[in-house]
Design a protein around this ligand. Structure first.
Ligand SMILES: Cc1cc2nc3c(=O)[nH]c(=O)nc-3n(C[C@H](O)[C@H](O)[C@H](O)COP(=O)(O)O)c2cc1C
Length: 214
């Protein structure tokens, strides 16, 4: 326990507080996971995790999150989108068609074999202040989701790259023009045979400034 954050008696109390320790362990141990056991996460469990996600803070109670679950055959359609994006990107760099096609097929396989995928959007708002608040709230919901999933033995990873941002994916799930992609989340059971990646962080103190105006 960092004694610059809490005094000694509070730190001792926290050390024996099982709720605090369970939350702290879950936060520390959650990692970005991209390889899973093959089975999908059952819908009732996924829904339960989403019920926890939405307890995130959201200013003005706009509840700006929209969740689209891709399982079953919809992952094949995502694979096709990923292949197209990859082929276009590689062709633009001047490599031969056969290599581009192979890389496209690899991208398709990578995405369509993720057990479960969650496409998450935020509701847009014409007021920039509310728009930013909505983005922040959906990010909070996604962290809730990732932590609850981790505690249930389920790994997640957040993707915001070209595949996640593809208009074709937005259209595939039926998201509206008033929504913006926040993340495409891979979801699947943790594989006990794969060691989780190491967390890479500087200490929080490195980025903390204590401002005392007195
Ligand atoms: C808004 C946001 C977008 C992200 N986009 C991607 C992404 O496109 N591809 C990726 O591999 N990871 C992405 N990540 C995951 C981060 O790379 C990851 O959290 C970071 O490497 C730290 O690893 P950890 O989650 O295991 O602590 C994203 C995370 C956030 C919060």
């Amino acid at each position: 326990m960092n004694e610059t954050i809490v005094n000694e008696s509070t730190a001792n109390e926290l050390a024996t507080n099982t709720v605090f320790n369970a939350v702290a362990d879950t936060i520390r141990q959650r990692r970005t996971i991209k390889q899973f056991l093959p089975q999908p996460v059952p819908r009732p469990l996924l829904q339960e995790l989403l019920e926890l996600a939405i307890f995130a803070p959201n200013h003005r109670l706009t509840e700006p999150w929209r969740f689209y679950v891709l399982d079953g055959a919809s992952r094949d359609q995502l694979g096709t989108i990923a292949a197209q994006i990859t082929v276009e990107k590689i062709m633009a760099s001047g490599v031969d068609t056969a290599l581009a096609a192979r890389k496209g097929e690899e991208a398709a396989t990578t995405w369509r074999t993720v057990p479960t995928l969650l496409y998450v959007t935020m509701l847009r708002d014409a007021n920039p202040e509310i728009d930013l608040e909505n983005y922040g709230a959906v990010c909070c919901a996604l962290q809730n989701f990732a932590l609850a999933a981790h505690a249930a033995g389920i790994g997640t990873s957040w993707s915001s790259g070209a595949v996640a941002a593809a208009p074709a994916l937005h259209a595939l799930v039926g998201a509206g023009d008033n929504e913006r992609m926040v993340g495409l989340i891979r979801v699947g059971y943790l594989d006990p045979a794969i060691s989780p990646p190491k967390a890479r962080r500087k200490s929080g103190a490195t980025h903390t400034t204590w401002v005392d105006a007195a």
